[in-house]
Design a binder for this molecule. Sequence first.
Ligand code: ADP
Ligand code: ZN
Length: 438
Amino acid sequence: MAINNSEYFNPEIETMSREEIKKLQLERLQKTVRHCMNSPFYKKRFEEAGLKPEDIKTLDDVRKIPFTTKQDLRDTYPFGLASVPLSECVRLHSSSGTTGNPTVILHTQKDLDEWANAVARCLWMVGLRPDDVFQNSSGYGMFTGGLGFQYGAERLGMLTVPAAAGNSLRQIKFIKDFGTTAIHAIPSYLTRLHEVMEQEGVDPRKDTKLKVFAIGAEPHTEEQRKRIEDMFGVKAYNSFGMSEMCGPGVAFECKEQNGLHFWEDYYIVEIVDPETLEPVPDGQIGELVLTTLNREAMPLLRYRTRDLTRVLPGDCPCGRKHIRLDRMKGRSDDMMVLRGVNIFPIQIEKILLNYPELSSNYLITLTTDNDNDNMTVDVELAKEGLTDNQLKDLEKAVCRALKDEILLTPRIHLLVAGTLPQSEGKAVRVKDLRKVYQ
Ligand code: ADP
Ligand code: ZN
C-alpha cells in the first residue's frame, strides 16, 4: 500500500466541496434506483407510486421515493429485499433486535470492501495509523460492531486484537501486553472496564498506551463522554452506525468532536418530521432517513432509522464538508410517555451525570401504581464512603433536578457499584413494567 501522509484516509472524497458531493450523490442515487428495480419489492413499490427510475432527475427528487421501514425488512424476511441473486452474496448480518424481530442485511464482496473502507476512513480521521494497536471489545458474530471494526481496522493497517465482549481481566491484560492504543467499545462497558482497572490497581494513564476510544452503538450524552475521557485520560470519539446501513462506519466524529460527519458519498441524509414525514428545517430535531448510495446486495431507499437528531450549522474546521449531525437524542421508540410527558432516557442520564457522586450505570423502571405512572431510577454510586446524611441529601437533590426536567417526581435508589445487572451488549436503560397492565 502506498504510504499516506495525509490527514485524510481518502483525500479525494473527504475534501470534496458541497457541489462535488451533490454531483456524486445524484449519479449514485440514479444508479442505485435503477439497480433497485432488480428487487421485486422496490419494483412493486415504484409501480404503486407511479414512479420510474427516470423520474429521479435531481437530488431533491429523492423525496418522490416512498420510505422503507423496519417493518418492510421484517415483512420480506429474510431475503426479499435483495437486489442481486443470493449466489452473489457472501455474508449476511442481522440487527441485534433491540426493538423486535431481527432483520437481515445481505452483502456482496464489494459491499464488504466498501464497508471496510468507510470504517478505516473513520478511524484514520481520529488519528489512528498503521502503527496503532486496535482492540475491539464488541461482540462478534451477527453484531456488526465486531466484524465491521475488525475489517476496517485491518484495512487501515493496524494490528488488531479481536478481543470480543466481556472478560474485563483479559481485556486489561491484552491492553497492557499488546500495547493497545485504541479500543472500540460500547460506552456503558468502558465504565465497567474502568471499575475493574481500579480494583486491579491499573492506572490507564501510567500503565497503558491507550489514546483513542471509539464509542458508540448506543445513545450517550456529552457528559458520559467527558466522564470516560477523564477516567482514562483517553479521547473518546462518537461512532454511529446500524446494521441496516452495514454497521459502524456510517458516521463518526472528527478530532473537533463537534458532531457526527455522515459520509455523503455513501448515504443521502434527510431529517424528517416523524409525524408529517416532511423535511424539517436545518437545526430542528427530526427522524434520520438514510438512502444507501453504493450498496449492491441490498440497497435501501429512504430508510426510516427512527433515530432522532438534527443538522449542525457551519463548516467544520477539519476541512470535511460532509454533513454534521448532532449526537443521537435516542430513537423514537425509546421515548417514554409518562402522564402525557415525553421523556428520553438520555435526559435522565444528563441530569445524573451532573453529580460526580453518581456513576453512569442506571436503570429506569416504569410502573403503574393506583392508575398513575411512576418512575423509579436506580443508579450506582461512583464513590464509596458517603455518610447516611450525605446520601439522603444527594437523593433529594437528584430527585429535585429530575423533577425539573421531566415534570414528575421519580423515586431514586442509590446503589453500591456493581449492583445493577450488566449486559454484554447494549445497556438496557428502561424496564417498562406498565405494559403488564395494558
Ligand atoms: P438494533 O437496531 O437491533 O439495536 P443495531 O446494532 O443495528 O441493532 O443498532 C443500531 C442502532 O443503535 C441505531 O439505529 C441507533 O439507535 C443506535 N446507535 C448506534 N450508534 C449510536 C451512537 N453513536 N449514538 C446513539 N445511538 C447509536
Ligand atoms: Zn470535522
